[in-house]
Ligand binder design. Structure first.
Ligand SMILES: NC(=O)C1=CN([C@@H]2O[C@H](COP(=O)(O)OP(=O)(O)OC[C@H]3O[C@@H](n4cnc5c(N)ncnc54)[C@H](OP(=O)(O)O)[C@@H]3O)[C@@H](O)[C@H]2O)C=CC1
Ligand SMILES: O=C(CO)COP(=O)(O)O
Length: 351
């Protein structure tokens, strides 16, 4: 008997789901689908870990203590996970996203819906995860899921909401049906680009916020930082073709507030440790989980320079992390820098 069809078989109701990536978030999303009685495979690359998860009915490495719903099967057999899936969620970090998507090219059903839950950007060409899906698996409907969604709180079944963004109305409806519950609300947005950029960009500002906390910043400072972060990310988003209003939703301001104010955020924790003078490599190794903001910072700093977009917070953080500038010097420069409009995108009302 293979690992995929042993011990527990999914209930024959709902949509057939594959979630690719057996880390914190993949596990959380897979468990939501399974709790809603959708037969769900959680694929992870490590065969021994998949077998263990399947046996003990939890992902003890990434989210210890939370039991899998009966309809969830952990497997390292990619074919078994994907071949009959109506919906494939891709939940691996951006660094491995394209590689995994290429692996499913020959396996995935022609009509399968594809959804990225990854909050990062591929450096080579500034490619968003939805664009990777569209490049590698053209013809499939593609969506992006993003919002204030700590995996740890989702598996604890604490209430929250998220956003599903797509051009495809059927995909939006289907994902809302598969994921919605008394604990999880799923809002719709047609602005895929905006939702995806919001999820990726906020990680940079979570690092800055963690750093500010480490340096003893007060509540006024935090409030200003978060608000100016929102201004900066929506400025960049609109230059890249997103609707700036999207940044006012759950995927924007919702996730920004979450990760800039909680040490459950790995990016915030990276910033906090940097603020205490720790070396980036040591922090990342110790974390043992992905903090996308470090890579996103490099990719976005380069793009902002190329496109001449004013992003003083990104520029400042880059100078601290990659050019070794003292944080105090950068913070001073930020305070005496250009003072422009409070709220952008108000058109002529400013003049
Ligand atoms: N955790 C959270 O609260 C949230 C995370 N996200 C986003 O989800 C994405 C994934 O994050 P998260 O689950 O937290 O990350 P984790 O660090 O918890 O887990 C990453 C998972 O991806 C797997 N993986 C990494 N590279 C590859 C690859 N090349 N091929 C196959 N599998 C791979 C890892 O496998 P292995 O264990 O074998 O290394 C591991 O199972 C990120 O973009 C993150 O921003 C979004 C919302 C919330
Ligand atoms: O995006 C997240 C919650 O919405 C998780 O943030 P971190 O990756 O910083 O932990």
């Amino acid at each position: 008997m293979t690992e995929a069809n042993s011990s527990m078989s999914p209930k024959q109701s709902g949509k057939r789901i594959a979630v690719l990536g057996g880390g914190s978030f993949g596990t959380a999303i897979a468990n939501i689908c399974a709790l809603n009685n959708n037969p769900t495979y959680l694929w992870m690359r490590d065969a021994a870990r998949a077998a263990l998860c399947q046996q003990v009915r939890e992902n003890s490495h990434y989210v210890p203590g939370y039991k899998f719903a009966p309809s969830l099967i952990a497997t390292s057999d990619l074919r078994a996970a994907v071949v009959d899936a109506d919906i494939v969620f891709v939940s691996v970090p951006s660094s491995g996203f394209r590689e995994v998507v290429r692996l499913i090219q020959p396996l995935v059903r022609a009509d399968a819906l594809l959804v990225s839950t990854t909050k990062g950007i591929e450096g080579n060409g500034f490619t968003l995860m939805s664009e990777i899906l569209e490049q590698e698996l053209p013809q499939h409907p593609v969506g992006v899921l993003s919002g204030p969604n700590f995996a740890k709180e989702i598996v604890e079944q604490q209430q929250t909401g998220t956003v599903i963004a797509s051009d495809d109305a059927n995909l939006i409806k289907t994902i809302q049906a598969v994921l919605s519950s008394g604990n999880f609300r799923v809002y719709a947005n047609k602005d895929k680009r905006g939702v995806e950029l919001a999820g990726a960009l906020k990680n940079i500002y979570a690092i800055i916020s963690g750093m500010a906390t480490a340096l003893g910043a007060g509540s006024n400072t935090h409030a200003m930082l978060i608000t100016r972060s929102l201004a900066e990310m929506s400025r960049m988003g609109s230059k890249l073709g997103a609707n700036p209003m999207t940044f006012l939703g759950l995927a924007g301001v919702g996730d920004l507030i979450l990760t800039c104010t909680s040490d459950l955020s790995r990016n915030y924790r990276v910033g906090f440790a940097l603020g205490h003078g720790r070396a980036l490599d040591d922090i990342v190794t110790e974390l043992g989980q992905v903090a996308e903001g470090v890579n996103t910072l490099q990719v976005v700093a380069q793009k902002a320079k190329q496109m001449d977009v004013y992003m003083p917070l990104v520029k400042g953080l880059y100078a601290v992390i990659f050019n070794g500038l003292p944080i105090s010097e950068v913070a001073h420069k930020l305070m005496v820098g250009e003072q422009n409009y409070d709220v952008e995108f108000m058109g002529e009302s400013h003049d």
